[in-house]
Design a protein around this ligand. Structure first.
Ligand code: PLP
Length: 474
């Protein structure tokens, strides 16, 4: 067995950076309930697979979050769009508590009295014959991949073990081995090979390249997996007409169109599904995140019988998928999206937010490269040269000090995806904080941060697999 190393030896540069501000602030041992103590404890006892902004959530309601010291923040991430309905929504919480008192788990070795109701509700809301329930988003994507391969062999007649799935440069679909095999993110794939075979990549938004691929290899291609708006890539919106072209090409070449709406769906983009922006109906839709109302992991794959019944009893499943607690929470989560008209709300508030952000861009034309988004699914892309030696992470640290919680994606993009229940005034507070950070804080950071110690990952952004920088797709 490996000998235990002293904790100090394990402290890496990246996390030290994340915690250094708070660490420097105290010289005596922090109280056992303080943010600093909790950050240190997590660092010592948990795998270092994240690089969090150093703030501890202790309580949350709607779009407000409080840390253990009682400081309030406004949420501009929504747990990567898992909290579209707002934190601790009373109707979802009530459904969860009431169900928890009755029945939480049956496994699908038996029936329970909530899952069929959830299945009926979800399929009728989205207009599909059937659902296959899972828990996390990555499991939903895995399920869609397996279903697509099975359909490819049974219905399309692809020779055994030769099915191909196509995915997009810059995509993000989760962290399991099959799913990272679709990825262009070096951090997610390096050191985890060999990746799954039976996979090809194409540029996101390029329907001509997609058609070329379908023409050349279409008889072996079972499905095209894509995000209608790429979230982790930095809220990348495809050109107008792309979704329609994908639909037409998939129909023409008998290839399943698989929309990963885990982040873009459930009202985030200002439509219930992002595919609704072009009134396109995919063959397979994957939902997750906000399906669990920010309370439980719930994911689901939707398809018609022709596809879904390719999977037979015993061929796929999950102990917790379709559990009665998750089903009750998911029904309430869908009710809130419908009753509170969250898609319409997201569309309207998104316009307001972008208007404010575009004004800030006018003030800093060299620094802000682009403001883009649909509904409350938005990103501010900074010009990395003008930002250097600072990064989007530095900007987010300063936003946090000003009470706004946002997370960078890549080195220079800040994603702004607040709960859809946020108020206009809170949106204004977020925009004002960004303006202040760019005007007042950034010049100081740039002065203080030595270029030699600044991290510039420009080279490593170039994908090992397709040789592209995901942010330069268009
Ligand atoms: C589009 C998309 N698909 C899948 C996933 C994976 O979801 P989970 O983290 O619940 O496994 C994510 C998570 O960010 C996502 O954005």
């Amino acid at each position: 067995m490996a000998s235990k190393k002293p904790i100090q030896c394990l402290v890496g540069g990246a996390l030290r950076r994340a915690t250094n501000m708070a660490t420097l602030a105290h010289t005596t041992a922090p109280s056992p309930h303080s943010s600093q103590h909790l950050i240190d404890l997590e660092y010592q006892r948990s795998a270092h697979n994240y690089h969090p902004v150093p703030v501890v959530f202790s309580q949350a309601k709607g779009s407000s979050i409080w840390d253990p010291e009682g400081k309030r923040y406004i949420d501009f991430l929504s747990a990567y769009s898992a909290v579209n309905q707002g934190h601790s929504h009373p109707k979802i919480m009530k459904a969860m508590v009431e169900q928890a008192e009755k029945l939480t788990l049956s496994s699908r070795a038996f029936y329970n009295d909530r899952f069929p109701v959830f299945a009926e509700r979800l399929t009728s809301m989205f207009g599909y014959d059937m659902v296959l329930p899972m828990n996390t988003g990555a499991e939903g994507v895995e399920t869609a991949l397996k279903l697509t391969r099975k359909w490819g062999y049974l219905k399309k007649g692809i020779p055994r073990d030769e099915a191909i799935i196509v995915s997009c440069c810059g995509c993000f679909h989760g962290r399991t081995l099959a799913v990272i095999s679709m990825s262009c993110d070096n951090e997610a794939t390096r050191g985890f090979g060999p990746l799954l075979p039976g996979h090809l990549k194409v540029d996101f938004g390029d329907s001509a390249a997609l058609e070329k691929l379908f023409k050349e290899k279409g008889d072996r291609i079972a499905g095209f997996l894509f995000e209608p708006i790429q979230g982790e890539a930095g809220v990348v919106i495809p050109p107008d007409g792309y979704l329609k072209s994908v639909r037409d090409l998939c129909s023409k070449y008998n290839i399943l169109m698989i929309a990963d709406e885990i982040q873009s769906g459930l009202a985030r983009s200002g439509r219930v599904l992002a595919c609704d922006w072009e009134n396109v109906r995919p063959d397979v839709v994957i939902l997750g995140k906000a399906l669990g109302g920010g309370m439980l992991p719930v994911s689901a794959v939707l398809a018609d019988k022709d596809v879904m019944l390719c999977i037979q009893p015993g061929e796929h499943g999950s102990t917790f998928g379709g559990n009665p607690l998750a089903s009750a929470v998911a029904i309430a989560s869908l009710d809130v999206i419908r009753d509170e008209k969250l898609a319409e709300r997201s569309a309207k508030l998104g316009e307001e937010l972008r208007e404010q952000l575009l004004k800030i861009q006018k003030q800093f034309p060299d620094l802000i490269k682009e403001v883009r988004g649909r509904g409350l699914f938005n990103a501010v892309e900074l010009n990395s040269k003008a930002l250097f030696p600072a990064t989007a992470y530095d900007v987010c640290l300063k936003l946090k000090e000003r009470g706004i919680l946002a997370k960078p994606t890549h080195e220079s993009i800040i994603r702004l995806t607040p709960p859809l229940s946020i108020s206009s005034d809170e949106l204004k507070e977020g925009s004002k904080a960004l303006q202040d950070v760019l005007e007042l804080d950034l010049p100081k950071i740039k002065k203080e941060k030595k270029p030699a110690t600044a991290s510039s990952h420009t080279a490593s952004n170039v994908c090992d697999r397709c040789g592209r920088n995901p942010c330069d797709s268009f």
